[in-house]
Design a protein around this ligand. Structure first.
Ligand SMILES: Cc1ncc(COP(=O)(O)O)c(C=O)c1O
Length: 399
């Protein structure tokens, strides 16, 4: 082959990856980091990382495990102690009965569990329904698996409620899976029992598998409660639950998550897991046992801090011209309506980053239904949030 006819890197790139965009939320943080490296004082509200350090007793458990020589490969689906702790947690907290031996796979992060499940259960010809606005990685995961992501567009004027009509109008004969997330990233909504029932009826009628992303289940405000769709009649057999330690235990950097559900699906996911991750990190799993079985008061303290910040950022953003921001019901994101500014979410995000040095994620990153909104993480200090509102108001004007 002559040098001029040499293949380019693009020729070597798999078609399914070529058009894949990097994670837009990570891109916002990267941009903020670059500006910071240039000495610019940027307030970064783009990410989804609790601003608390992992509690001491959990950190100590990892150190102890490592010092005890727990540095080897472990059972691919997870150490039995952690799988048992997860099964106990699912029973006690959620009323869900899974077999720790065969019904749980422990993964390096919840994102990995969603990816492995999608790769195991979605293929060419499979449509996956995704209520939107939605977390940024569901669609790329479906794309990578060769399936087709089909948005279920939700109405901002109806608080992004999931309705039977919205589900019916998105459904296609190739639909096999629906991915739901409550408490929701990015909208901060918690699905009500009426919505869960509508989803359950729809899933049963249309014979769908439900991926239920419950990462933020512990982060709830105003008396909202979390109900897993798996507990509704007829749903346990068709629901996979995705959860992890990142948000509730401030363990984002540790990478520890899991998927749980019916054995026939979990056994397929186990195969993908064993050929990709092998296992989640041994001593991290030991710490995960302590996280789930140790003192839980820390979670309430974190949520109390986020509750205060949630109310402050909502009223602060709502005092800015063209922005209105109802307080989140769960998770730690303010999803503000910016339609009155007349700008797209990307235009506003670019303007504010450039002029006010505040970074956040444009709503369009969460699908077309997210346009007209911006997402700001309030898992950061009171002072930084107040500073962000001050700076944004200085550029956009206060009401
Ligand atoms: C909705 C949602 N699902 C899953 C994840 C994955 O979390 P992790 O991989 O840290 O467990 C995140 C993280 O931001 C998320 O927001």
């Amino acid at each position: 082959m002559s040098a001029s006819a040499r293949r380019s890197p693009a020729d070597f790139t798999a078609a399914r990856v070529r058009n894949l965009a990097p994670s837009p939320t990570l891109a916002v943080s990267d941009k903020a980091r670059q500006l910071k490296a240039q000495g610019i004082d940027v307030i970064d509200l783009g990410g989804g990382d609790p601003d608390f350090i992992t509690p001491e007793h959990i950190r100590q458990a990892a150190i102890d495990a490592m010092n005890a020589g727990d540095t080897h490969y472990v059972a691919s689906p997870g150490i039995p102690a952690l799988r048992k702790a997860i099964a106990r947690k699912l029973l006690e907290d959620n009323g869900i009965d899974v077999d720790p031996m065969g019904g749980v796979v422990v993964t390096p992060g919840g994102k990995q569990s969603l990816f492995e499940a999608t790769l195991a259960l979605v293929q060419e010809g499979t449509d996956v329904l995704i209520p939107e606005p939605a977390w940024v990685s569901y669609v790329p995961m479906v794309d990578l698996a060769g399936g087709r992501a089909v948005p279920v567009s939700l109405d901002p004027n109806d608080r992004f409620r999931i309705t039977t009509e919205a589900l019916e109008s998105a459904w296609t004969p190739a639909s096999r899976v629906i991915i739901i997330c409550s408490p929701n990233n990015p909208t901060g909504r918690v699905l009500g029992l009426d919505e869960l029932q509508a989803l359950a009826n729809f899933a049963i009628e249309r014979d769908l598998l439900v991926f239920s992303d419950e990462m933020y289940e512990k982060i709830l405000y105003d008396g909202n409660t979390h109900t897993s769709i798996a507990t509704l009649p007829g749903m346990a057999e068709r629901t996979l639950i995705f959860n992890g330690m990142s948000k509730a235990y401030a363990m984002t950097g540790w990478r520890l998550g899991y998927v749980a559900g019916p054995k026939p699906y979990i056994s397929q996911i186990e195969k993908v897991h064993s050929h990709s991750a092998t296992c989640a990190t041994s001593f991290v799993q030991a710490a995960g046992v302590v996280a789930l079985t140790g003192p839980q008061a820390f979670i309430g303290e974190m949520v109390a801090a986020w509750d205060r910040r949630r109310l402050a950022i909502s009223s602060g953003l709502s005092s800015i011209k063209g922005i209105s921001c109802p307080p989140a019901e769960g998770a730690f994101y303010a999803f503000a309506d910016i339609r009155e500014t007349g700008m797209t979410s990307t235009e506003l995000a670019d303007l504010v980053l450039r002029e006010a040095h505040v970074a956040f994620t444009p709503g369009i990153a969460f699908g077309d239904s997210g346009e007209g909104h911006i997402r700001l993480s309030f898992a950061t200090s009171d002072d930084l949030l107040a500073g962000a509102v001050e700076r944004m108001g200085a550029v956009l004007g206060f009401r």
